[in-house]
Write a protein of this length. Sequence first.
Length: 163
Amino acid sequence: MPAARAMSTGSSVIAGAIGASTPAAVSHTVASSTPARSLCPYPVPCHAGRVAVVLFAGVFVRDHDLARSWYVRLLGAEPTFLASPTESVWELAEHRWLYIKQDPGRAGYAEQTIFVDDLDAMVARAERRGVHPDRHETYPGGVRKVVFRDVDGNEIGLGGQPG
């Protein structure tokens, strides 16, 4: 597997906030020389061969402007771009995007988790910007997750390896 690459220059603000070398925040390709067990229902594994990963993780919100303000405080950066007047997009790492989109009928049901290099520092920065966690979770092996809820109740988790 190639070495982790830093984010593109255009979103380096978020790279510093999120952590560019975390599993969820690096760009890589997956190469498989031996068949791996797959949950994919198709005869050829979904991950067979080289797969470039490009991820857009979406969160529906009732009021775009209100939600955008909350996500700016959580992530510590303005959106990388506006896809439309009611859709904001942040590049968390190269080819890894989080977006919010106004759709009141579907708001409040998202659950996203972003792994970061320094969970405690990221949470402390969010708290200084007025965004406070809803709960803290610890999993076997010491992996931690700090859960935030946006203005619509969507769950945005920040996760980190034991450290």
